[in-house]
Write a protein that binds this ligand. Structure first.
Ligand SMILES: [Zn+2]
Length: 407
């Protein structure tokens, strides 16, 4: 057998495959579903970077014994690379002064009145050239990598003119050319109504539906379309209209829903086949069941709850009902300036009563499912991408235990 295209990693202390999690499509993840193999071998096809074989070293088929490219993995724990399925990575300007004002008891509206809030980021991002957007995002991306993350979703939404939204997405494209992190771009012009359309949100929605969605689709700048359905942002009808236009133009769907108010976003997202619905801090019991009975992944963002001091999403209820639950940083300058995905697993355990296996599934397989990539990422199995996180640890349980200090 010709083994020139194969590489063998042998005698790895522990490999976590998540095979059982993948078989259950991410629902009710239990310890036994993590597929822990002691003293494991992994064979990789270097032509495709796919896993060719994985299992206990003593069970490896004899033909792989001829592989000359062989490396030992002793002293390590391997698991699928972590997947960050919800970020606002590309932006300019920081918001620490907002946080100082918030700590003094000022409300969001008061901060906005003093010139802070999302408008600060909007103004700064609009004025920042492509090169600088890329440079800043590159540094953030490297920080994500230090936390074991290998795939990152990135949204537009701080430009809110067609030109600046495209510039944000072009920054993602430019980043992808120089980074080994897999990037998944999302077009999110419905982050808020921009100042030019103040009081005319219906007109803004019309422009998005009639012009912007078509142009971004034509330029192939994004895979997903996302929208913030909330009081004071976009209502049910406006959201429905945009999702329909995005779907017709070939985008997959995501939604920011039920963060502060239930405007029917979960029902709408599920009925329209959204790949994920994100936030869900105030999801109702009826909608928990609706989400659980669907393929749509619920993405929870406990870092935003910690940072703003607001409530956490009901992860326990969602998982018990059978929902597919992912965890994310929601990395953004306003409500969660953290790139520390392992820390989100700690918050999952301490604040949302998730078990360790549930948090592991939430940053691997279920996060891949939140990006529609679970057939190629999120578990280590034959035919899936060989993208692994190497931990110098004795147990996968350290991921939430390490309190964000992975190395
Ligand atoms: Zn977000």
């Amino acid at each position: 057998m010709n083994t020139n295209h194969l590489v063998l990693y042998h005698n790895i202390d522990q490999v976590l495959t998540l095979k059982g999690v993948a078989e259950k499509r991410g629902r009710h993840p239990k310890k036994e579903d993590l597929g822990l193999i002691e003293n494991a071998n992994v064979v990789v096809n270097t032509d495709t970077n796919d896993v060719e074989w994985v299992g206990p070293s003593h069970e490896m088929p004899i033909e792989y014994g001829d592989i000359s490219n062989a490396y030992p993995g002793s002293g390590e724990l391997w698991m699928p690379e972590l997947i960050e399925c919800h970020t606002h990575l590309v932006h300019s300007g920081d918001r620490h002064h907002d946080y100082a004002l918030r700590a003094m008891g000022k409300t969001y509206q008061e901060i906005a009145k003093e010139g802070g809030g999302i408008l600060t980021t909007l103004k700064s991002t609009r004025e920042t050239p492509l090169y600088n957007l890329v440079e800043q995002a590159q540094a953030d991306l490297e920080r994500f990598q230090k936390y074991g993350v290998g795939t990152v979703e990135v949204k537009s939404g701080y430009g809110l003119t067609l030109e600046s939204e495209c510039r944000m997405l072009e920054a993602v494209r430019a980043l992808q050319e120089s980074s080994s992190v897999l990037l998944v771009p999302t077009f999110m012009p419905a982050h808020m109504t921009p100042p030019e359309f103040k009081g005319r949100t219906d007109e803004y929605v019309e422009v998005i539906c009639k012009e912007w969605i078509q142009e971004v689709a034509r330029l192939k700048l994004a895979v997903f379309f996302d929208c913030f359905i909330e009081d004071g942002f976009f209502d049910f009808k406006q959201t429905q209209k945009m999702l329909e236009a995005a779907l017709a133009a070939g985008f997959k769907l995501k939604l920011h829903a039920d963060q502060f108010n239930d405007l029917g976003g979960v029902s709408l997202g599920v009925e329209m086949g959204a790949t994920s619905i994100d936030h869900l801090e105030c999801i109702s019991d009826a909608n928990i069941n609706k989400l659980a009975q669907s393929e749509t992944v619920g993405v929870l963002c406990p870092g935003a709850s910690l940072f703003t001091g607001m409530g956490y999403a009901p992860a326990r209820k969602l998982i018990d009902a059978g929902a597919r639950i992912a965890l994310s940083t929601d990395y953004n300058p306003g409500t969660c300036p953290s790139r520390n995905l392992p820390l989100m697993t700690t918050l999952g355990c301490s604040q949302m009563k998730m078990t360790v296996p549930e948090t592991i599934a939430a940053v691997t397989y279920n996060a891949a499912a939140a990006l529609g990539l679970e057939k190629v990422l999120g578990s280590l199995e034959k035919g899936k991408q060989f993208r692994v996180c190497h931990l110098q640890k004795t147990s996968y349980e350290v991921l939430p235990y390490c309190f964000g200090e992975l190395d």
